[in-house]
Write a protein that binds this ligand. Sequence first.
Ligand SMILES: [Zn+2]
Length: 105
Amino acid sequence: MKKLYIASDIIEARLLDTILKSQGLSSVVRNENLQGGIGELPYVEIWPEVWINNSNDWEAAQEVLIEFTEIGPKEDWVCPKCQESNPGSFQTCWSCNASIYFTAE
Ligand SMILES: [Zn+2]
């Protein structure tokens, strides 16, 4: 199992999953039921992820992902605060929640 993509919402995750499956690739969406937190648990944002089951599918999946992400105009960006890589669809860092426009003071 390899994590292919962190989606900004479940709709995006399912769309990518559907495209992968249509290409004959074995993919799975994780975290799709975890968004929003449950009950007394402190609210934690958990992004849906698309994983590839079979390492033999990995390269083909990468190509699907490139086409998929090119649908949108935004490119991946590196968080200026914690240096984590973020999908272009994110406006804030998934890791530290800093804005894409964060500048150190
Ligand atoms: Zn960050």
